[in-house]
Design a protein around this ligand. Sequence first.
Ligand code: FEO
Ligand code: CA
Ligand code: CA
Length: 737
Amino acid sequence: MTQKIDFNDENSNTSSNPSFDSVLQARLSRRGLLRGGMGSVGTVMLGGVGLTACGGGDDAVAAPAAPAATLLGFSAVSKSLTDAVLVPAGYTASVIYALGDPLTGTTAAYKNDGTDTDFENRAGDHHDGMEWFGLDASGKPSLTSTDRGLLAMNHEATTDETLSSFFLHADGGTPSLPRPAAEVDKEIAIHGISVVEVKKTNDKWATMQGSAFNFRLTCLSENMQLTGPARGNALMVTKHSTDGTKTRGTLNNCGTGKTPWGTFLTGEENWAGYFTRSATDDTTRGGASARSVVSLKRYGRNAAAASRHGWESAGSDDKYARWDISQGAGAATDDYRNELNTFGYIVEIDAYDKTKAARKRTALGRFAHESAAFGKPVAGQPLAVYMGDDSRGEYIYKFVSAKAWAATDANPADRITTGDTYLDDGKLFVAKFNSDGTGAWVELAITNPTIAGYSSYAFADQADVLVNARLAADAVGATKMDRPEWCSTNVANGEIYFTLTNNSNRAVNSASMPPDSANPRVYTDIKNGSSTQSGNPNGHVLRLKEGNVGNAATSFAWDVYVFGAESSAAPGTVNLSSLTDDQDFSCPDGLVFSPATGIMWIQTDDGAYTDVTNCMMVAALPGTVGDGAKKTLSYTKADTTTLTVDTYVGKAPGEDKLKRFLVGPKACEITGLCETPDGKAMFINIQHPGETTAQTNIADPTKYTSQWPSNAGYGAGKRPRSATIVITKTDGGKIGT
Ligand code: FEO
Ligand code: CA
Ligand code: CA
């Protein structure tokens, strides 16, 4: 989300870390790290089966092999401000699953007028990350099925202005405290995740209302297990779970991941803003230096700060009271002083089996999680999970499992207990980027004297290190990044790509966040010829190549694959990747490599280029770390001294290697991406169309800033709705060819 209340802009990293530190790290041989470069992705032969006239082509007799298709063979889509989803000629985009769509057979159709209820049995709001889980004809999990499966997706948040999620309520809802319980109950229920069965019949995709596979988890769902080192720790004890082993719900679910054993991972991102605590809470907890106060502030919850929706005001019932995390007079078992510690995790869910309790994996650390991407699994080696913490100046992390990957776990009898064996025991690392194009993974361990002796916070144990991962990362001098969003692993060569969406706090004269090698740009972007945005308004895409020991590597080489920019921006300082009119984009967020084609899809959640174009999705065929050149940027500081920053810019992507594929409707972001295994059906999400609508205009649909997807013929009512779309190619080919 970029508009209005932007909790992504939470900025609580007040550590004195330099955002870049080249002193402590061993100098690694950049050449050595880059030796043995991998082949780049290029044109692939697509020996696909032609679709038959009778439909259901997957059962058809094999047709002659199709001719080779060129990746990115489509014509680029132009930038657009229209209220529509635009895709290249030869492609079709259809809405299949929008906010409020019923999941059970008995749930009423969605009226979309603010009077609907029963959201526990409907699609949630703000569709975000999404993964595909195939089903065969008999309903068994399948790695190869291309016409039936489950979509597991996040419902991150809801469109709000002043407290209220106004499109959910007939009159726009109550923009003041106390919030009515009936409104709050709906708002709670549209957060979380959903799993919905989808099926292709006669070449047309649809969700299966009433499928026994369908389910929702909301931010009130029972029995969310806290697993890993922090399970049962004193930091987790609440009135609801006096032994600190569970919590209720999953919240502000943003990016996703899919495990090699076939489960769904969802990242809890901007959860802190949903809670509030009293103006006197710091004093109650022992003052500014009390450990819990230091922790709360580092995670963005200052005393007296209002909660996003005021849910705590809806009544004395425990389901509302839990959103007030003030410390009471009694013990931790009597209140919700620790409730914030039960959010902020990568959560593992068995999308195929709603009876299996979800797991919050504390071993992977607590922060504003985006996606979770596995490095290439190699039998006999540990698994690596890459993750970003999306706030200004936060860090990039890697978890390395204690257990070595066993290929037999790719299709286990019990998926979620298989997850227990990989994701509850391992090491958490944070990234430091050096100015010579190398970097280091620093383990966050209580045994590290720098962490154990950290002057700003006295860690009690390893569980404390994981629950307060940001503080541990501060202690070891991790590199402050420009809001790490999604990450994904290049299927061709195993390199790891991270989107860094933007950072308004990056500044030449900043003591805590001056430009550095991995976050090198500071400039002013002009919007509508008037308002300006400074810092790094357009973001960039960073990539890493691990060092000499695969997933467990503690060193890497890096460069910037591409810098977001307007094509007309200054080539020497802003448009460093020489983007053209058919390629330019701003604020990369979603990032997914397609296993079927090797194409890297970049999705935007932009607030800078939106005077010119709605958010978009571009397709990329990236090369390798180190295929470009070193570039030195110079800045004049306020004291007139010069600050020079060395960075490494990947080879400029020509128009055959980076091309705009899709532009979304008004005031949306594009997010979430999964495909059928053949790459011929792509599912993506359109999040929060029309979120710039003023709450006071709720009675006048002509004043909504978007009416998508009803204006595209989908569903009742005029209110804009977040929705999943499916993209197919008219000739039956792979998406992106
Ligand atoms: Fe939910 Fe950082 O995007
Ligand atoms: Ca601009
Ligand atoms: Ca995001």
